[in-house]
Design a protein around this ligand. Structure first.
Ligand SMILES: *Cc1c(COP(=O)(O)O)cnc(C)c1O
Length: 344
């Protein structure tokens, strides 16, 4: 029997429908823009996000990095959440590739305070760098999948507009945010100039993200994507799965959210284990094993011996992720198993 894999929603494998679509995909050389399936995916995501154009990339990291490179010039400064994926998990690419420095803003439940963002905008002064980009993240990964409210996004976008500073949204899980808010993705993306959408997380595609924005922006971004080695050839093979991800898998995420809540409630009942249920909004939950005296590595080891995978660190708090391949019975099994093994 396979493991119950709660490490991440990136462990999802392509569905049968995706594999069929990949098998049958019409393809061409995408550097020549000859791949009809890539073109169809890019048009689809542009429409979904309410933007003029879009660009398929190999990963979410590539989409974010290309976005920063396209929006900025070397020596600029960008306003960025201190716990954002772009700052935390992208190998300092923004420094190395884009040559920008960061003005960090701390987040509360994934949201930056608009007043603090405003205060970070640099005045015109010979000593100062130009502030050339504001980045947001929704849902927020390190905040345990919490959703940035639309009024916060609106306010930060307005600050950007007032100073002619574009806003990029790391919308790796924008469809989870849209599901939680019960709005279309474009209602979120309207508060940014460009947005990255990941196809390979809860949406189950094997590879890829899409960067959406204005036609002029995407034309320039296409060149930066080429520069970092992201000009791919018959990549419609992969884009075909992405079309299924957007058209179909984006519409079933409530199920993952319901399972996450079920898991959170079950774990919260266990002595020594706590989950702040108020903060469980989407498919990620933060579980605190502090009261058991075990850290994440110790919990992960015991669970692995019992058929369950999580990513534990030396901290007592562990992120669990639900996804397409986690059912209600997996959740019940996981809760029972965790209850048993932490007492051993
Ligand atoms: C996963 C993730 C990314 C990067 O995507 P990769 O495809 O893993 O490079 C970017 N931002 C957020 C918020 C993510 O969760």
């Amino acid at each position: 029997m396979g493991f119950i894999d709660l490490r991440s929603d990136t462990v999802t494998q392509p569905t049968d429908e995706m594999r069929q679509a990949m098998y049958k995909a019409q393809v061409g050389d995408d550097v020549y823009r000859d791949d009809p399936t890539v073109n169809r995916l890019e048009e689809l995501v542009a429409r979904e996000m309410g933007k003029e154009a879009a660009l398929f990339t190999a990963s979410g990291t590539m989409a974010n990095q290309v976005a920063v490179m396209t929006h900025t010039r070397r020596g600029d400064e960008i306003i960025l959440g201190e716990k954002s994926h772009i700052y935390t998990y992208e190998v300092a690419g923004i420094a190395y590739l884009a040559g920008v420095q960061t003005a960090l803003v701390s987040e509360t439940d994934g949201s930056m305070d608009p007043k603090v963002v405003q205060a970070k905008v640099r005045a015109k002064d010979i000593h100062f760098p130009e502030t050339s980009l504001i980045c947001m993240e929704n849902t927020h990964n390190r905040a345990g999948g919490m959703v940035v409210p639309l009024d916060v996004m609106k306010e930060i976008h307005a600050i950007g507009e007032m100073h002619s500073i574009p806003v990029h949204l790391d919308g790796a899980r924008i469809y989870n945010a849209a599901t939680y808010l019960k709005v279309k993705a474009e209602e979120i993306a309207r508060y940014c100039d460009t947005v990255n959408v990941c196809l390979s997380k809860g949406l189950c595609a094997p590879i890829g993200s899409v960067l959406a924005g204005s036609r002029e922006f995407i034309e320039r971004a296409r060149k930066f994507r080429k520069m970092v080695g992201g000009g791919m050839r018959q990549v419609g093979i992969v884009a075909a799965a992405g079309i299924v991800a957007v058209e179909k898998m984006s519409k079933r995420l409530q199920q993952d959210h319901d399972n996450a809540m079920l898991l959170a409630k079950g774990l919260n009942e266990i002595e020594g284990v706590s989950v702040d249920l108020e903060k469980v909004q989407t498919n990620l939950i933060m579980v605190d094993f502090g009261g058991t005296g075990l850290n994440g590595i110790q919990v992960a080891k015991r669970l692995k011996e019992n058929g369950i995978l999580i990513n534990g660190s030396t901290a007592p708090v562990v992120r669990f992720a639900t996804h397409y391949y986690i059912t209600e019975s997996h959740v019940n099994n996981a809760v029972q198993t965790i209850n048993r093994v932490i007492k051993e």
